[in-house]
Design a binder for this molecule. Structure first.
Ligand code: XIL
Length: 531
């Protein structure tokens, strides 16, 4: 891959693609990282590479012997040309026409000669590649230097990536503490608090990551929600990426916040076919585990060790103040197309259908006080509902300590609302608790191409949908412990990147500016009318 480089604005045609190189911000003073800032990217490299990849022929890896803050930083090695560096895809994280504060801390590996590093956004617009150079600084091996700039991505931008490169050196680079944030107006102090409006019905929760806890977003969480679910921080891949290497940094940030502000925590998750690191399923010989008795024993002992380590950590850190009240013990285990209703996964391959019973028994021993849930998506579909009910009934018949069923409720405007009610009723008849664990209402529905834009009409339609969902949840509140939304505000929704890029998807109650949407008011109305 050849690249054109110049400090001036130039255009050239290389292999049919127009390249435009543009210096944008230079060394303009960076505004302070204020309390009014909403973070859209925060890479700490404490757990992994946080989505960063090599730019060109180079290698990136997390290292824990040179962090500027926290436990890790990102090391870029084997660079053969100065432009080889580290890059992050920001296509779905940064919205055009909004001004962001971008900041990356950098250093060179020991003994390297000082080098000029440059932060660049490469973006496509109508068949043209643009290179917006945000800031350039001389960096040494002795100390961390901040490369910071303000950046506004122009309208019409397609793919975009942020990267760090150098001008004339191929020395190993270190990156840490990457932040991309934007200003938001103050949060609305005059809104009714969701947790109060629904207080006599159920607890209202929200999925959060450490980046949601500071500034206005943290204020919004404290004001409206009584419970938090760590969006990713408690997944096995985060807590134990390598066997025996436990890392609770992100998880602690969420649970500390909960303890300080008196919120409950819904633990997510212990057993899942995704986000369980491969080492769980790999034998000492490097081979995949089989269903042999020895391999079964090994996998179960790993699950037990992991679950106990999490419990012990919480006990040591919080004692009687442990805020984790419930757990998604097993996540997404149901597959209605299988005769036994269970998804075929590595857990299933090795342990067979009994893995669920084992997981709940192990969790019950480790967390005797917590409510234990089986959590899944699409439970409003009749087939999935039936399979879920069957699996839960089997577990109950075996005396397995399962307390409840979690309905993720990742829905969209075309999903018939009544089916949600039917599902809640059918599972309630089994006598288990229920929770709505991951509610969001996508504007884009499969049968509505191009419908993802937050037009006023669609936002009203979404509000009506949220209102109807809330009506039926409120009507069944005797069976429901918690209703949680999957994200504090639209700018942090996972649906912006999953399954395809939907940069303007807006499935939550607060918009990118953290202001209440019509959907927020529909939830409030529904709760008030039910009184
Ligand atoms: C998602 C997170 O929101 C993303 O940040 C992450 O990249 C992937 O996982 N069902 C679940 C959640 O149980 O754990 C998923 O969360 C969303 C679907």
């Amino acid at each position: 891959m050849g690249r054109l480089r110049t400090a001036l604005t130039v255009a050239a045609v290389v292999g049919g693609v127009v390249l435009v190189d543009l210096v944008l911000a230079g060394d303009a003073p960076l505004p302070r990282d204020t309390d009014h800032q909403v973070l859209v990217v925060r890479s700490t490299f404490d757990h992994g590479t946080d989505g960063w990849q090599a730019l060109g022929p180079a290698d990136v890896r997390r290292t824990d012997n040179a962090a500027r803050a926290g436990e890790g930083s990102l090391l870029v090695v084997d660079r053969s040309e100065p432009w080889n560096g580290a890059q992050l895809d920001i296509t779905d994280l940064v919205v055009p026409d909004r001004t962001y504060r971008v900041s990356v801390w950098a250093r060179l590996a020991p003994d390297a000669e000082p080098a000029d590093l440059q932060l660049t956004v490469e973006r496509s617009a109508g068949g043209t590649q643009h290179f917006d150079h945000l800031v350039r600084r001389t960096v040494t091996s002795r100390e961390w230097v901040e490369l910071g700039a303000q950046y506004t991505m122009p309208a019409g931008t397609g793919q975009a990536r942020l990267y760090l490169e150098s001008l004339d050196s191929v020395a190993d680079l270190l990156l840490d503490e990457v932040r991309v944030s934007h200003e938001a107006p103050p949060i609305q102090e005059d809104l009714p608090a969701l947790r109060d409006v629904l207080a006599d019905r159920f607890d209202v929760g929200v999925a959060v990551g450490p980046q949601d806890l500071a500034g206005p977003s943290g204020l919004l969480v404290r004001r409206h929600f009584g419970a938090v679910t760590p969006e990713n921080a408690m997944k096995p891949a985060w807590i134990q990426p390598l066997e025996g290497e436990l890392s609770f940094e992100a998880s602690d940030q969420v649970t500390d916040f909960a303890v300080i502000h008196g919120l409950d925590v819904h633990g997510h998750t212990l057993v899942w076919h995704r986000s369980t690191p491969d080492w769980f399923f790999t034998g000492p010989d490097g081979q995949d585990l089989t269903s042999s008795p020895q391999d079964q024993e090994l996998l179960l002992s790993r699950l037990e060790t992991h679950t106990r380590a999490v419990a012990e950590h919480l006990r040591e850190r919080y004692g009687d103040d442990d805020p984790v009240r419930s757990w998604d013990v097993v996540n997404e285990a149901i597959d209605p197309t299988q005769p036994d209703g269970l998804r075929r996964s590595r857990w299933y391959d090795v342990l067979g259908p009994d893995y669920l019973a084992h997981a709940f028994r192990i969790a019950d021993e480790a967390f005797p006080e917590a409510a234990l849930f089986l959590n899944d998506y699409d439970t409003d579909y009749p087939g999935k509902r039936r399979a879920m009910a069957q699996v839960v009934q089997d577990l109950l018949d075996q005396g397995v300590p399962i307390d409840g069923v979690g309905h993720q409720l990742h829905v969209n405007l075309d999903r018939p609302v009544e089916r949600i009610g039917q599902t809640l009723d059918e599972l309630a008849s089994l006598g288990v608790r229920q929770a709505v664990t991951e509610l969001d209402v996508a504007l884009a529905a499969p049968g509505r191409p191009g419908s993802g834009l937050p037009t006023p009409e669609l936002l009203e339609e979404q509000a009506a949908y949220y209102g109807q969902v809330m009506d039926l949840l409120v009507a069944r509140s005797a069976d429901i412990d918690t209703v949680s939304v999957w994200g504090v505000h639209d700018g942090r929704s996972w649906l912006r990147t999953w399954r395809e890029s939907r940069r303007l998807e807006a499935p939550l109650l607060f918009d990118d500016e953290l202001q209440a949407k019509p959907a927020f008011w529909a939830v409030v109305e529904s709760a008030r009318e039910a009184r």
